[in-house]
Write a protein that binds this ligand. Structure first.
Ligand SMILES: CC(C)(COP(=O)(O)OP(=O)(O)OC[C@H]1O[C@@H](n2cnc3c(N)ncnc32)[C@H](O)[C@@H]1OP(=O)(O)O)[C@@H](O)C(=O)NCCC(=O)NCCS
Length: 211
């Protein structure tokens, strides 16, 4: 799209391609969500969309993507990328920021359909988001927040050398959860082994949307 050049942005890792989905691909992503993201009864997100009934879960994915694009501004943006493996949609990688031009800080979020978890794809997704943030957008630091018992999400952060950045106690559906924030600074990213090679293409025409 000439008038939404973020559609040109593409991140590639050895096994994955991350880019904005078409509406048909967004529908596929919603179906992946409907088929399950978290174990029954688990709460891994501050907005408990993933534990809603399947149809509601799927609809919230669709609406979230439309909302994120509609609400986009340079001061407050949320990039929600679909993740493709062998042409099949398997999950979603987010990179978001407020006042990025001033703070240089962005945050990530991610999820995979349950049948795609535990195979290293989350690590490749995080690497892609960090490469976009640090190498593409010149971020100063990137944060990730995961609930205490989310071993996979915290495991991915550990692999990239994130540092603890505080624990928030938050309420989700009337229950308390400890949300562990972790942070990686640009210097640490540059010094750390590149666990996953990432290619970023199509950023030049979109960069003014981010900063
Ligand atoms: C979080 C998520 C995206 C991670 O993706 P993934 O593909 O499953 O993660 P990976 O396989 O790349 O890596 C997970 C790492 O955590 C480690 N890990 C998993 N469970 C662990 C445990 N109980 N203790 C210690 N490490 C653990 C794994 O061993 C792996 O590290 P390794 O590659 O060094 O072995 C995926 O699991 C998911 O979608 N979960 C549900 C949604 C969710 O929780 N989203 C994040 C909210 S903050």
């Amino acid at each position: 799209m000439r008038h939404w050049p973020i559609t040109e942005l593409e991140l590639s890792t050895p096994d994955l391609v991350l880019r904005l989905p078409s509406d048909a691909e967004l529908d596929e992503l919603a179906q992946v969500a409907a088929e399950g993201v978290v174990p029954d009864g688990a709460v891994f997100f501050p907005q408990p969309w993933a534990s809603a009934p399947p149809a509601e879960r799927a609809r919230s994915v669709v609406q979230n993507h439309w909302w994120a694009r509609g609400d986009w501004s340079r001061d407050n943006w949320r990039l929600l990328l679909a993740v493709f493996h062998d042409g099949q949609v398997i999950g979603q990688q987010n990179l978001s920021a407020r006042d990025f031009a001033t703070t240089g800080e962005a945050r990530t979020g991610f999820w995979l359909g349950r049948r795609f978890q535990g195979q290293g794809y989350g690590t490749q997704m995080r690497a892609a988001a960090l490469a976009l943030a640090f190498d593409g957008l010149d971020a100063a630091r990137v944060t990730s927040t995961a609930f205490a018992d989310n071993a996979s999400s915290r495991g991915v952060s550990r692999k990239f050398g994130y540092q603890p950045n505080g624990v928030h106690r938050i309420a989700v559906e009337g229950r308390p959860f400890d949300a562990y924030e972790e942070v990686i600074a640009s210097a640490d990213w540059q010094a750390h082994d590149r666990l996953v090679p990432v290619a970023v293409t199509g950023l030049s025409s979109a960069i003014e949307y981010f900063r």
